[in-house]
Design a protein around this ligand. Sequence first.
Ligand SMILES: [Zn+2]
Ligand SMILES: [Zn+2]
Length: 212
Amino acid sequence: MASIDNCIKCGAKKGSKPFIGLLCIDCYTPKIEVPSSLSFEFCGKCNKVQQGRDWKNISWKELGDQFGRKIKGKDALDSYVDIEKSEAVVNLQTDQGKFPLKFPLRINKLKGLCDDCRKMSGGYFEAIIQLRGRPERVRRWKKELSEELVKYTFIAGIEDLKEGVDIKVGSSKQALSLIKDLGLSDYKISKKLWGLKQGKRVYRTTFALRFD
Ligand SMILES: [Zn+2]
Ligand SMILES: [Zn+2]
């Protein structure tokens, strides 16, 4: 007579390994759908990852967690993808608690160039932030602005001039919103036609900031 203390399929003793009902972990077929491969594109220059139409500054750990959330199945408690090890780890609910099951995965890491890096490599930028006035304040704002700007756009170059500092910024929209966010109200905006891009006029905006 089969004892309920053993796996009904292989006879393994309860307590020797995790069980799910009457079956041991090795005999149980989990109801989980794990893809055999997945792919993503990342920027070879700045490591941003493409997500839909955007490029996001997320780590491969966060990306692995995102992939994990897409793994579905009745038995999956939670999952993540270990991108370095090319495996999906699915936590299964057993009678003894969480048990991680590992599934090998082919991960295609496609190396590309994000929009910002592509623009930057072409010498493109939309705005110049000019800092003028007292040298110590100009220096302080140069540091503050450049540290903040790279969170939202790219810096194509910083020029230290006799009269102050020029920061060349990828996005004029991001430059303006940062200037406003930092409460810098003493600025003048001017626009210059810079050229044509695919038949459209492209302007370069100068934000002249004074620190007296
Ligand atoms: Zn078994
Ligand atoms: Zn990039």
